[in-house]
Design a protein around this ligand. Structure first.
Ligand code: APR
Ligand code: PHB
Length: 390
């Protein structure tokens, strides 16, 4: 079998790239290890930068997002019993974010791929890229007893943090940077009215909490928990009681509780692999970089990779111009590191660090005091939260 571009991974990164290239007449195939049900069962963050939303529209996948997603012009930070608002529109020159679940983004991308007859192979086992440092790369996978070979011009590694693509780059070429945080986030999804129409990030002595939402009838809440905690340690009543303790009193009084429909614990990690290109293999999204969820940069960080890669591949196919492909790794990493910096900064500002000294705790409190006393500091937070330009 042959495709111009073989994409490993059918998460949002791989699907979005496949969809954008298809619309320009470039032939792609997406190889996904899991079933579609499995991919669509994963709950992830739900805040989209305006640049990502534009890319979804360009991919002809923005209709439901524009209909059902909510435009948010601000969010709150609760600290020291206060509730301070970050006015995104005012501090970022009129920009905003779209609150729309990442699972729904993925669902819309699959629907578009189906509509256009896109090739997406599910349950592809043992996907392996070959000879990516030559002019004739190919990818193999196993379907039952058959081994299928796909010859292609380029291989895109969009197979997430645990994927095979990054691991196929020789150790001597790849450099990895990592920070693991000493806590996780316990998340609960519940069919309840959100406690606030806008997100609330809460810094509290007992640990960080976040009030988020998927719609006006679907809430998403998080608690910072020790890495040793398990989901079984947190029955619903314990979750709600702890969340109330961490919210300002006036907010806690408004909280509507209900049965959880999903509950999971995610560790927090920052990670970057450099370079993002090896021969004809290009990494994109979580395959090359991970952020802690604070600030919801994960998908948005993937979006800029897809934007650069899409334009570089189109320049290659339409004009024979490879300058975009050659510049990809450097350009993508420059923005990736800015998203890393931002999510690290927000994580450090809002969580309780078990090993911090009193001095570090005072500095952390001063960060927030400074933030809400300076329009310039708020401007920096806002421009990063709505998304730096691609
Ligand atoms: N072969 C084929 N597919 C694979 C393999 C493999 N060896 N390993 C992983 N995959 C698939 C996974 O099953 C998953 O569906 O690749 C996909 C990668 O998707 P994501 O992990 O969602 O990564 P990405 O598409 O880059 O999305 C980035 O979405 O998932 C969030 O936290 C993530 O917010 C970030 C954004
Ligand atoms: C979410 O809604 O899941 C969410 C929102 C904002 C974040 C992280 C997660 O910063």
């Amino acid at each position: 079998m042959r495709a111009q571009v073989c994409i490993i991974g059918g998460g949002p990164s791989g699907l979005l790239l496949s969809q954008l290239l298809h619309l320009k007449g470039v032939d792609t195939i997406v190889l996904e290890r899991q079933s579609r049900e499995y991919v669509l069962g994963r709950i992830r963050a739900g805040v989209l930068e305006h640049g990502f939303a534009d890319l979804m529209r360009e991919a002809q996948c923005g209709e439901r997002m524009d209909r059902e997603g909510e435009i948010h012009h601000g969010f709150f930070i609760a600290h020291d019993g206060k509730l301070d608002r970050v006015d995104l529109a005012r501090h970022s020159g009129g920009n905003s974010v779209v609150v729309y679940g990442q699972t729904e983004v993925t669902r819309d991308l699959y629907a578009a791929r189906d509509r256009m007859g896109g090739k997406v192979v599910h349950n592809a086992e043992d996907v392996t890229p070959h000879q990516v440092d030559s002019d004739a790369p190919y990818v193999t996978y196993r379907a039952g007893d058959d081994v299928v070979r796909i010859d292609c011009d380029f291989v895109i590694g969009a197979d997430g943090f645990h994927g095979v693509s990054r691991k196929s780059i020789p150790k001597g070429v790849l450099r990895e940077y990592e920070r693991v945080y000493p806590f996780g986030w316990l998340g609960v999804l519940s069919r309840t009215k959100p406690v606030s129409p806008e997100l609330i990030y809460c810094k509290h002595d007992r640990g960080f909490a976040l009030c988020s939402l998927r719609s006006q009838v679907l809430s998403r809440y998080y608690l910072q928990v020790p890495l040793t905690d398990r989901v079984e340690d947190w029955p619903d009543h314990a979750f709600w009681a702890e969340l109330k303790r961490r919210l300002p009193d006036a907010v806690a009084a408004m909280l509507v509780t209900g049965p959880s429909i999903e509950k999971s614990i995610a560790p927090l990690r920052s990670f970057v692999a450099e370079p993002m290109r090896y021969g004809r293999l290009f990494l994109a999204g979580d395959a090359a970089h991970i952020v802690p969820p604070t600030g919801a940069r994960g998908l948005n960080s993937a979006a800029s990779d897809i934007y650069y890669l899409y334009h570089a591949l189109i320049d290659h196919y339409e004009r024979g111009d490879d300058s975009g492909l050659d510049a990809y790794s450097g350009k993508a990493l420059a923005r990736v590191w800015k998203a890393q910096r931002f999510s690290w900064q927000l994580t450090m500002m809002l969580h309780r660090f078990p090993d911090h000294s009193d001095y570090e705790n005072r500095l952390q409190a001063t960060e927030l005091e400074y933030l809400f006393s300076s329009d310039k500091a708020l401007g920096s937070l806002a421009e990063n939260y709505v998304g730096l330009p691609f």
